[in-house]
Design a protein. Structure first.
Length: 228
């Protein structure tokens, strides 16, 4: 999770820790190569592995903690397990899933960011090696009470999801035969509420924006207005 907003000094220290951990991993393995994840975390690739650890990414959690994300499976990029450790200790969770994320020097298909804006980092694992499919990720939200990552069927059911940490909105982009849409959602407990929708295309080829209120937990749409 990006911690720059909590202080540049703390973030620089965290970034230094993740780089150091990645360098240690690289030095310990012959044929290991450096890489980065989708969120910029430092990763190490293990060349020549047939059925074991394919890559490890080290993310900065904050408060002196690092999270190691080990991708285990069959080479070159079939992932069957994700093993999670903190500060190099014994694994605290092993996730079982089938995925084929990109695993190469330019990027590793792992995303670590705060997806529900609760102050804890969450995980995204690419299902396939490209971003062109409607929903290419497995999404796993961190449960601080259980100290486990749990898959989010809600996020996985949405199309082309991104996370705006500044506005604390989940953004989904999709299209039908005539229009393209950009929907912005806010978290309300464990659910998501649609707050704005931008619609582009049609005969006029213009963009309109609809704003939604949730008084009494009932959604009310205002008249469309031009996009900002």
């Amino acid at each position: 999770m990006n911690r720059r907003t909590s202080g540049s000094k703390a973030w620089r220290y965290g970034a230094w820790q993740t780089v150091t951990a990645a360098l240690v991993l690289s030095a310990a393995w012959t044929g290991a190569h450096a890489a980065v994840s989708l969120d910029g975390s430092n990763c190490v690739l293990f060349a020549g592995q047939v059925k074991r650890e394919l890559a490890v990414c080290v993310a900065w959690e904050g408060e002196g903690r690092t999270l190691s994300i080990s991708l285990v499976g069959r080479g070159p990029n079939t992932v069957q397990q994700i093993i999670l450790r903190r500060n190099g200790a014994e694994p605290f969770q092993t996730l079982h899933l089938e995925a084929r994320p990109p695993i190469g020097p330019s990027d590793v298909g792992v995303l670590y960011t705060d997806m529900n804006f609760d102050g804890h980092g969450d995980l995204g694992i690419m299902r396939r090696g490209h971003l062109s499919v409607p929903q290419p990720f497995y999404f796993l939200l961190y449960d601080p009470d259980a100290r486990r990552f749990v898959r989010s069927g809600l996020l996985e059911a949405m199309s082309n999801v991104s996370f705006d940490t500044k506005s604390m909105r989940v953004v989904s982009r999709w299209r039908d035969k005539t229009h393209r849409y950009k929907d912005s959602f806010a978290w309300a407990g464990m659910t998501l509420q649609l707050r704005t929708r931008e619609r582009r295309g049609g005969v006029t080829r213009r963009c309109v924006r609809i704003v939604y209120d949730w008084a009494g937990n009932t959604r009310t749409a205002h008249e469309p207005a031009p996009c900002r």
